[in-house]
Design a binder for this molecule. Structure first.
Ligand SMILES: Cc1ncc(COP(=O)(O)O)c(C=O)c1O
Length: 467
């Protein structure tokens, strides 16, 4: 790899320094369009609400709005960012388990869709609606499903042990009690299963439950016009071969995983790690991004004990609007991160370890779930063999590991080289960026094909840290 997005790497670095995050806006547009096309082909009553938490800036959201999508917002500044991007309040879903009073009032007065996360949220919305004299639109977020291990524990949000949502088995009682919230117009249901859901099966299982409850709601209030399947559409960090290799080599414990880690592998009866047993977040899916939406819409679900094509089941409920809230699948593969090599050394005696002048806080994927991103070293002729290495950052704790599975570089890097991490557009650059060790948070750029570049965040200066 030499140039970056049509410019020499040294030009980006001269202008903005290192470390540096760059998001490529054309890829964001392309990803939104792929979801739109899936809906247009299979279920035109679909709607996209981009999950702003994945990556936010008014310029980025304006591009998403221009593609016809709304947004899922959670905090006052996420909502403000979407509104400043020109999104209409009615195209915003207000999610979250701890909504602040001011935002609740703003949402209800402005006709955002309120996603009630709990019965407590229903009481909160009822009180706010009465004091404002409005009849807001609401849907109920559900959790408590028995789906088994569908992704990493830290990013699975729909199980029994969840801080989100009304448990599905308590929902019939909530529907019996709608008279307790006379100001609220309850229009349907929501479930966000979690992030990086690599199989259609959990979506299809959840959809069956939402359809059944939708029929109960329709019988009680006359209609169920909205079902929301949340986000979670997966991204391929590795191709199918590299994903198999990661599991095989992790099982072999040949030093491919840091500290001989076992990843998501279980031991078989003979005590050996089983490469087929991976549970937790998977790093590859046969249905990436909008392909997952196509698989779900083209699949079968179980409603009242009967297997039915999804499209027929939706029609039977009166063709509700089907909303999705993709975040990672829109932003992740639009982003890259650049960082500078400090040293090339050894760890645990025999293993290559490249250290870089950037902490894992600026690459949260590696911190939360140990994601194995693809890495490149910029420029230079290839060595006869790839240089396989772990990568660690510059912070003062041992968990500061940016690559816990060895990455193959086309050559051995040297101090001062630039490394590029791919697929870092979502939940990476800003999610946990901090001033640990008094380092500045890196700049984040939004680049477009016409050569324009928006600085989404400018690197901290000394006085930003100590103000
Ligand atoms: C309610 C809700 N919807 C959508 C998303 C987006 O998920 P993803 O980025 O995996 O698509 C999230 C992520 O946390 C969420 O909490």
């Amino acid at each position: 790899m030499t140039g970056i997005l049509g410019r020499p790497a040294r030009a980006w670095i001269a202008d903005h320094g290192l470390p540096l995050h760059i998001t490529w806006l054309p890829r964001i547009r392309e990803n939104v369009r792929a979801f739109k096309a899936a809906f247009a082909d299979l279920y035109p009553k679909g709607a996209i609400r981009y999950a702003v938490k994945a990556a936010a800036h008014p310029a980025l959201l304006a591009a998403i709005r221009a593609e016809g999508a709304g947004a899922d917002v959670t905090s006052p500044f996420e909502a403000r960012c979407a509104l400043e991007a020109g999104m209409a309040p009615a195209t915003l879903d207000l999610n979250g388990n701890c909504k602040e009073d001011g935002l609740v009032r703003e949402a209800l007065a402005g006709d955002m869709l309120f996603v009630a996360d709990s019965v407590e949220d229903l009481h909160l919305a009822e009180a706010a609606a009465r004091s404002l004299g409005v009849r807001p639109r609401l849907i109920l977020r559900l959790s408590g499903y028995d789906l088994g291990k569908v992704t990493g524990d830290a990013i699975f949000t729909a199980g029994r042990w969840s801080k989100f949502g009304i448990p599905v088995d308590e929902t019939p009682a909530v529907l019996e009690n709608l008279a307790a919230w006379p100001s609220l117009r309850i229009l349907g249901f929501h479930t966000h299963i979690g992030s990086q859901i690599t199989s259609p099966a959990p979506y299809l299982a959840v959809l069956g439950t939402l359809l059944e409850l939708g029929a109960v709601l329709r019988d009680r209030v006359g209609a169920c016009p909205i079902l929301n399947l949340g986000g979670g559409f997966p991204v391929n960090y590795l191709d199918a071969h590299a994903w198999d290799e990661l599991r095989r080599r992790t099982a072999a414990q040949d030093g491919f995983a840091w500290n001989l880690g076992t990843g998501g592998l279980d031991r078989g009866p003979d005590g050996a790690l089983d490469p087929a047993s991976w549970h937790g977040e998977a790093f590859h899916s046969p249905w990436p991004k909008a392909e997952m939406l196509r698989a779900v819409l083209g699949g079968e679900t179980t409603v009242d004990g009967r297997s039915v094509p999804v499209l027929k089941a939706l029609e039977a409920l009166g063709s509700p609007e089907l909303v999705i809230e993709p975040g990672r699948s829109i932003a992740e593969d639009a982003g890259i991160t650049l960082c500078r090599v400090a040293h090339v050394r050894r760890a645990a005696g025999a293993h290559n370890l490249v250290t870089v002048e950037m902490g894992v806080t600026s690459h949260a994927d590696a911190m939360l779930e140990g994601l194995p991103n693809r890495w490149d070293v910029l420029d230079g002729p290839a060595d006869p063999e790839p240089f396989e290495t772990f990568v660690a950052g510059n912070l003062c704790f041992s968990g500061d590991l940016l690559a816990r599975y060895k990455v193959p570089l086309h050559r051995r890097p040297v101090r001062g080289d630039t490394l590029v991490i791919h697929d870092t557009g979502a939940y990476t650059s800003h999610l946990m960026a901090s001033n640990a060790n008094a380092y500045p948070r890196p700049s984040r750029l939004l680049a477009d094909e016409d050569g324009s570049c928006t600085v989404m965040f400018a690197r901290d200066g000394y006085h930003d840290l100590f103000n």
